[in-house]
Design a protein around this ligand. Structure first.
Ligand code: 0O2
Length: 245
């Protein structure tokens, strides 16, 4: 194969690199915007429900190699507009929640933001995949404000519990270890493990609700601000309670 790096190509290569960088940057900006939104929701949720619904958030941009593989798999043209329109998971965020109800509450809050467009919603919790995989998948379109224009960018959001995440990462390893064809006995065990994880999630949710009920009668003089627990002085509370009589 002829080398691309001939002196006459240097200029063209630079231009291509610039265009590709600009293309990929928009996904990074979309991820940054969505991460801020998630952080705000997390803090507000903490304030309302008095616990942190999000265990962790991980985001990633698909590598150019991985995008190219998907282009071939989907049989689309190798052009930026075709890639933008067809591959919706170039930017991805995975949110791990404590409980199943948190997944739905968080997705509801995200889906209802005015500047967010829900392009696709796949509920693999209500309808797990045949192998047992569970997660809530959203494809969101969010506006990114550049210096001279507004771009609508797709971001894939996967929301799941810790148990679902644990299962998915093990399944992913097994899938690759056996080169996509694991023995039937292992697949059966994996499916059973997914069902066990589902039951664990339900049990944890029940326990969590019990604890919340008990908490309702507690007198707590703390509140959370900017991830920090702050104390409300009694004098402040007394003045406020007395003036509200
Ligand atoms: P990666 O490296 O995680 O990004 P698509 O090709 O994305 O348009 P699909 O398969 O209909 O089509 O999308 P779906 O069902 O929403 O799944 C997309 C992503 O969900 C996958 O991305 C995985 O991250 C995850 N996922 C889906 N099914 C499974 C599963 O059975 N096991 C595990 N461990 N993860 C799953 P990619 O592109 O496969 O890979």
């Amino acid at each position: 194969m002829e080398t691309l790096f001939t002196p006459s190509n240097v200029k063209k290569l630079k231009a291509v690199k610039k265009e590709l960088t600009r293309f990929m940057m928009t996904y990074q900006f979309a991820l940054d915007e969505l991460s801020t939104k998630i952080d705000i929701l997390q803090q507000e949720f903490h304030y309302i429900h008095d616990y942190n619904p999000i265990e962790h958030v991980k985001s990633r941009i698909k590598t150019p190699e991985s995008i190219l593989k998907k282009v071939h798999r989907k049989g689309i043209d190798l052009t930026l507009p075709a890639i933008r329109d067809t591959i919706h998971d170039i930017a991805g965020i995975r949110i791990t929640c404590s409980f199943i109800s948190d997944i739905y509450e968080l997705s509801y809050m995200l889906e209802n933001q005015k500047d967010i467009q829900v392009v696709e919603r796949k509920d693999y919790i209500m309808n797990p995949k045949p192998n047992g995989y569970q997660s809530l998948h959203l494809i969101l379109e969010i506006p990114v404000f550049m210096s001279d224009r507004v771009l609508d960018v797709y971001v894939e959001v996967q929301i799941r519990t810790i148990a679902m995440d644990f299962w998915a990462s093990l399944e992913h390893k097994i899938y690759y270890k056996y080169n996509h064809e694991a023995p039937p006995a292992i697949l059966q065990e994996l499916k059973e493990a997914a069902e066990t994880a589902g039951r664990l999630d339900e049990k944890m949710e029940r326990l969590h609700k019990e604890i919340n009920k008990a908490k309702e009668t507690e007198n707590d003089t703390h509140f959370i601000m900017n991830h920090e627990k702050l104390h409300l002085p009694e004098e402040f509370l007394a003045t406020y309670i007395n003036s509200a009589r």
